[in-house]
Every structure is written in C-alpha cells, then in structure tokens.
Design a binder for this molecule. Sequence first.
Ligand SMILES: Cc1cc2nc3c(=O)[nH]c(=O)nc-3n(C[C@H](O)[C@H](O)[C@H](O)COP(=O)(O)OP(=O)(O)OC[C@H]3O[C@@H](n4cnc5c(N)ncnc54)[C@H](O)[C@@H]3O)c2cc1C
Length: 437
Amino acid sequence: MIDKKYLTSDFRELPYWWDKAPLVVEQQVDLPATADVAIVGSGFSGLSAALTLARAGKRVVVIDAEDCGYGASRRNAGFLGRTLKRSHEWLAKHHSEQYADTVYKELNEALHLVEQVVDEEGIDCFRTTCGRFIGATSPAHFKLLEKELSRNRQVLGSDYQMISKEEQHREIKTDVYFGGAVIPDLGSIHPGLYHDGLLRKAREAGVVFLGRTNVLGISSAATGHSVTTTRGKIKASHVVIGTNGYSSDLMPWLHRRIIPFTGYIIATEVLPQGKLEELLPNRRTYLETVMNINFIRPAPDTNRILFGGLTGTNVPGPLDLADQLRNIMLKILPDLGADVRLSHAWSGKCGGTFDFMPHIGVKDGVHYAMGYNFAGVPMGTYLGRKMALKILGDKAGDSIFESFNFPSMPFYHGNPWFVPMAMKMFDMKDRWIALVG
Ligand SMILES: Cc1cc2nc3c(=O)[nH]c(=O)nc-3n(C[C@H](O)[C@H](O)[C@H](O)COP(=O)(O)OP(=O)(O)OC[C@H]3O[C@@H](n4cnc5c(N)ncnc54)[C@H](O)[C@@H]3O)c2cc1C
C-alpha cells in the first residue's frame, strides 16, 4: 500500500475526469411502458446509438445499472487513435489485403467520427490533434515499429516520423526507450467532458435516461422484446447492448465472448511551472511498443501527468497499485522528482476478445457492439452509430467488424481468471522479441 506522504491531502480514489465531469445522477423518471429502442449501457456505444436514433425520430431509453457514465467511457485515458492489437500485416496474412485495408479504413473513420462529432456538436472537451509518441522498449521493437509504420504509410498513407534514441528527449525526457515514432494525426480528449457532451445532446434529442436501473433479462418474440429491469418491464421494438467490459450474464452468449479486464490510471499533483514542458515538451499522448503498455499523457486542463499501466492485474482497488504505478512512472520519468504526490487513482473495466477484434452484430434479435480491447473511444462512438443505422435500415450501418466470427473458448463463461497469466505471457513474448528480434 502506498505511503500517505505520496498522496495529496485532497487525494481521491476516483477518476480525475470526474472533477470536471462528475457522474450524472438522473432524476428517477417513471419507467416508460414502451419504447422504439431500449439501450442497455450509457457509455459511448449506448450514447452514440441513442443520439443517432433519437435524431431519426425514434423513442429511445438508455438504461444503466449505475449512474449514467459509470463505465469505462468516463474512466479512460482519452487517447484518440486507430488502435488495434492486430497489425495490417497480420490481418493481410490471415485474411486478405483487402480485408486488412477495410479494417484500417474503418479504424480511421472511427477516429474522424469522434473529431466530427465533437466539432459539429460543439462539445467542449479539449479535443486536440496532439500526435502520439510510441516508445520502443528495445532496439528490436524499434525495428519492428519502423517496419509496421512504413508498411502502413505505403498501404494506408498514414504519416509517421521515427525518432532515434539520441533525439528522444525532444519528445519525452526519458532514457528507458530505444527511440520511437511520432504519429502526428492522432489526438486526445477529456473523456469525461466528451461523454457529458454526448449525454446532453442525447437528452436534448429526447432520449430518456434510466440510471440505477439494472437490466435483468431480455425476452424476444416476433412482435418485439420485453426488457425486465429492477424497476419493471419495458416493451421495445429493438434492443441494443453496449455494456463492453461491464457485461454480465444478461446475455450468456455475449458473456462467453467478452473478457473483462481492469485498467488503472494515476494522476500526479499539479506540477511546478515548466515541469510538464520539460518532461513532455510536445504535450502528446505516449505509449509503448509492447502488448502490456504503460501510457502517459498530460492532463488537458491542469499541469499534471496521468499515467496508466499494470493492466489486467487483479487487486481489490486502484489504491493497491498506486505505489507500483508511481514507481514505474518514476522509472520512466525520473525528473518528475522522487517526492511527487498523487491526486487521483482509479480503475475501469475494458472488454477484450479472444481474437483481439471489436465486434458488432445481432444475436437473437438483439443488437450489440463491444470488445474494443482498450480502444473504445473511437470504436464505441463509431460502432454505436453503426448499430443505430442498422436499426434504421440504412446500408451505412454495414461494417467489416460484423463479418468476423465472434469466438469464445470451451469452458469460458465470463470469469476472466486467466487475464493476469495472459499478461505475463505477453510480457514474456515481448522480452523474447527484445532478445532475438
Ligand atoms: C483505464 C482505461 C483506459 C482506457 N483508455 C482508453 C483510451 O485512451 N482510448 C480509447 O479509445 N479507449 C480507452 N479505453 C477503453 C474505452 O474506455 C472503452 O472501450 C469504452 O469506453 C467502452 O464504452 P462502452 O460504451 O462500450 O462501455 P462502457 O463505457 O464501459 O459502459 C458500459 C455500461 O454498461 C452498464 N451496464 C452493464 N451491464 C448492465 C446491465 N445489466 N443493466 C444496465 N446497465 C448495465 C455499466 O454500468 C456501464 O455504465 C480505456 C479503458 C480503461 C478502463
């Protein structure tokens, strides 16, 4: 457990984002007896679907077991990217070139959709195209990174710049990386304010929000669905599930396909004037070449650093990891100063999949989108909208992410006991790459 001297007097074991965007406690409105669309989950997936449907004239209810925004959407790091655990090369080899192109084209569309939504809706959430620095954790990883980015430039036209170890301090004041790369067109947001803005827009469009209402069951018939909640039943023509890492056995078929794992973030106290500029001069987002990443970003609104890592570790709460995270952060950024204190520590649940791909589809008449594998800010927004377009019968709702078989594993029923072991295996694999290239 962390020594209290490393915590500020106003330390909170809550997301930093909730300072500016606290959770919305909905007034308990009566449960509507009917709706055109009932949406389970009030994160980016649910809200993006809700907004599109309500603007098309549908009566929409969004139901969340907790206060609206409780899930990962108000807890993440706010990195905006085209992030996928499968490279273009891997997809081309195991599927086809065209398949890989389409996947990466859609990832790009997802990134631009967030930019477009934020700008067109006028959501004040510190959206910026700050660029991303990817730190190479070994010379072999540097080479692999260069190979992957060079291929991406060739086939997708995406820009990048390699940064040698000697030049690295221009990007981040650390000596732990063996150089890296900058991808200039990636960005960041304040996820709390982005979520808050989407929620406000959805409410203005007529969406009814039912917070603190757990969905217990969905029964489907040719005439529609009956959604049983802790506060009664709703009859709906369509049901959408956007529960990602918070999925329960509400739909056992989905539960058998989603691997919930926990992500952790800490925030430093406000740093002395000039410190942030010294450590992260270009105020980008920062992550690493390995599977089990550490990630860093400046807070968009105050002079502090947010740091994440130890993903998938099983502990009772984020405070149990605060000391370890702080030590890793200091190893990467020693000039933060050994006395640096933390103001926040928090966690959130992500949704992994056995094939590392996001999925969208319809099962037993129920629409779902999930499995974002740590990249759900763009993908939740994007696939949420796709689900809505599908319901509206619009061809624009088609997506390559629909075409993948959604795999499970024998004997897996939603208990992700193997995640810490899998993370260790990823670490071993990355150590092997570092050794032999
Ligand atoms: C620490 C962390 C850092 C991350 N960093 C990034 C990042 O930088 N960039 C990025 O792109 N992605 C990131 N992600 C991933 C991203 O936050 C998620 O993929 C995305 O927010 C998922 O959105 P969602 O709407 O699908 O689900 P969520 O936002 O998780 O919402 C699911 C909701 O469903 C509700 N729910 C579940 N079951 C029921 C039920 N039976 N009845 C009613 N309600 C129910 C839950 O209460 C919850 O509110 C991060 C995630 C974490 C945890």
